[in-house]
Design a protein around this ligand. Structure first.
Ligand SMILES: Nc1ncnc2c1ncn2[C@@H]1O[C@H](COP(=O)(O)OP(=O)(O)O)[C@@H](O)[C@H]1O
Ligand SMILES: N[C@@H](CCOP(=O)(O)O)C(=O)O
Length: 303
């Protein structure tokens, strides 16, 4: 019979940037910007408290994404808690291309596993990652949110896989976050069913180069971040973001659309670099800007 731990459990989960230019649905990087969550099993009912970004927009019932993810994990473990209390402190902006939904899903699955006594025996890390990726539908944000760092992920024979790859310690990022959201669902709807072979071939080459550039040759990041598969198709939903990408790339910066957008991410070399400070100063009016290091931990789970 499944039993539960007494008292609350806590998780902290990082933002992620998927695609990174050419790596559509396969590359993702964890960034040091974290949501914090706490949950406990109660005698009955569901209580959801939310503070921080998106607090006015998310539901407080069973449809809340963290709650849905917890329920899916409990079902996989054969667990049925009498009641639940969940408290979320959100920092990752919603529907901006920084992986808020994957963070919510990974957090929910990890909270549920931590609440079940012996949960890691019922669900190992691979099972957590695969369930989270199934809920999200694509693995590229879920993988770094769970593992941290830079992760290459995909799907084969209906099963998701993730492989960690190294990131040069000099690599950091400036993210420009527009005030208006674009949902990933809408941005995915703009993609064509087919692309020219020449584009696919060029994109494959840049993806390979990007793995090498991130691993230790950041001087190649500008060339390596050129995308052929998604950014231009998404331009109508985020023209200001693409205009900023074009402008910055024209100046030699490794600028990309983060995830499905509309956030613009620019790779930098080093947290203290003058170039990064200059970039931060160029944030468009009304947008937010963060200079972020690469998160190496992924999800953190504690009592
Ligand atoms: N912390 C959260 N708690 C509840 N729901 C969330 C949370 N984060 C994201 N969501 C849900 O996911 C949606 C955003 O997901 P998505 O469009 O994939 O954008 P992104 O993952 O790029 O931020 C939000 O509108 C909200 O419905
Ligand atoms: N590969 C996905 C990535 C979506 O990332 P998000 O942070 O915008 O949810 C896509 O490009 O659709």
């Amino acid at each position: 019979m499944v039993t539960f731990v007494s008292g609350p459990v806590r998780v902290s989960v990082p933002a992620t940037s998927a695609n990174l230019g050419p790596g559509f649905d396969s590359l993702g990087l964890a960034l040091d910007l974290r949501d914090e969550l706490e949950a406990e099993v109660t005698a009955g009912g569901l209580a959801v408290e939310v503070s921080g970004v998106g607090a006015d927009e998310v539901p407080r019932d069973e449809s809340h994404l963290v709650v849905r993810s917890m329920r899916a994990a409990f079902a996989e473990m054969g667990a049925e808690p009498a009641g639940l209390r969940l408290a979320c402190t959100n920092v990752i902006p919603h529907a901006r291309g920084l992986g808020s939904s994957s963070a919510a899903i990974v957090a929910g699955v990890c909270l549920a596993r931590a609440l079940v006594a012996g949960g890691t025996l019922l669900m190992d890390d691979d099972a957590v990652f695969r369930l989270a990726a199934r809920i999200e539908g694509h693995p590229d944000n879920v993988a770094p949110a769970f593992h941290g760092g830079f992760v290459i992920s995909g799907q084969e024979d209906g099963e998701f896989y993730a492989v960690a790859s190294s990131v040069d310690p000099r690599v950091a990022a400036v993210v420009f976050v527009p005030p208006t959201p674009v949902s990933t669902e809408v941005a995915r709807g703009l993609l064509p069913a087919e692309v020219p072979h020449a584009d696919a071939a060029a994109d494959a080459g840049r993806t390979a180069l990007l793995v090498a550039a991130l691993a230790g040759q950041p001087e190649h990041l500008h060339r390596a971040t050129r995308d052929y598969l998604h950014q231009d198709y998404r331009r109508p939903a985020m023209p200001e973001s693409l205009a900023l990408v074009d402008l910055l790339r024209g100046e030699g910066h490794a600028a990309i659309v983060s995830g499905a957008g509309p956030t613009v991410l620019v790779f930098t070399e080093g947290q203290e670099s003058g170039a990064a400070a200059d970039l931060v100063a160029r944030c468009p009016e009304g947008w937010a800007v963060h200079h972020l290091t690469v998160d190496r931990d992924g999800v953190r789970v504690g009592p």
